[in-house]
Design a binder for this molecule. Structure first.
Ligand code: GUN
Length: 281
């Protein structure tokens, strides 16, 4: 069997078209242009690429984009002052501080300084807590994008066993909660799980977000499973996921490729969250 490919690029394109129309309608009705501020500290090349892409995508859907590029030597106080300005700027509905931050800056302090109503990343403890107890919130963009992929692909979750490999605050924990909300039975595994294969082989839906190239191989996948690969790893100049695609696609029922699977959805959901933030203000 060869798995069907979940085309995140195509789904993303479709959703961005809808978002563009929604933005236009919102602007016509309220006279408000949704605005996103992205803050980048330092010169990490991957972060620079992500931020450029966020800027371009924001403008393309008809929103206002503001990018603050700060030197690597920026102090925590300077960054907190900027966050405070953005919290109080009526043009700005969403704030995203690109991670990772330089080592002299406490990421948690910065995230906690963002007004939760503008936290389109969904990283603020208030928003993470709201997700935990099932309240309306901003859902972090990558897990939100995964749920949208599963919805677009008509993947049934109720009563199914979903196994999440990875326990980060950004992906592993929130995706587990979202799958639980959709009535899946959820197991959370990680790099120290004993006999990981025995767990992953039980998964009807397998989400892998560990940040290790080709960590999950075809023999660890249940035949017919839906496999969502969140990993983006650079190996010999090529992007590869956390799932070994060649062996996995012979076993899985559906699988996301890297690149072109989960990746394109992340910015799409950021745009959706920014529009939502503007609508809520
Ligand atoms: N760095 C890598 N992914 C993300 C993300 O989704 N949000 C932020 N703020 N930084 C990131």
């Amino acid at each position: 069997m060869t798995a069907a490919i979940i085309d995140g690029k195509a789904i993303s394109k479709l959703l961005r078209k809808e978002i563009t129309q929604d933005v236009e309608k919102f602007k016509a009705e309220t006279g408000i242009t949704p605005g996103l501020a992205v803050v980048l500290v330092g010169e990490d090349p991957a972060s620079q690429t992500y931020v450029r892409s966020k800027e371009k995508s924001t403008i393309k859907v008809g929103m206002y984009s503001e990018v603050h590029r700060l030197a690597a030597e920026t102090s925590q106080d300077e960054l907190l002052t900027l966050v405070d300005q953005l919290n109080n700027d009526p043009k700005i509905h969403g704030i995203l501080v690109q991670l990772p931050l330089p080592k002299n800056i406490d990421e948690n302090k910065v995230i906690e300084a963002i007004n939760p109503a503008k936290d389109v990343d969904g990283f603020h403890p208030v928003n993470a807590g709201r997700l935990l107890i099932g309240q309306d919130t901003f859902v972090a963009c990558t897990p939100y994008g995964i749920m949208e992929l599963l919805r677009q692909e008509d993947v049934q979750l109720k009563g199914k066993h979903a196994v999440v490999v990875g326990r980060s605050n950004i992906v592993g924990k929130p995706i587990a909660l979202l799958l639980l909300q959709e009535h899946a039975t959820v197991s959370i595994c990680h790099s120290r799980t004993a006999d990981l294969g025995a767990m992953t082989r039980q998964a009807d839906v397998l989400v892998v977000a560990v940040g290790r190239a080709n960590f999950i191989t075809g023999d660890m996948i249940k035949p017919g499973a839906v496999v969502i690969d969140v990993g983006i790893n650079r190996v010999d100049g090529q992007l590869v996921g956390d799932v070994e695609f060649e062996s996995a696609k012979e076993v899985a029922g559906k699988i996301t490729p890297v690149p072109g699977g989960v990746g394109p959805m992340t910015i799409t959901m950021l745009l959706k969250n920014t529009l939502l933030a503007a609508k809520r203000c």
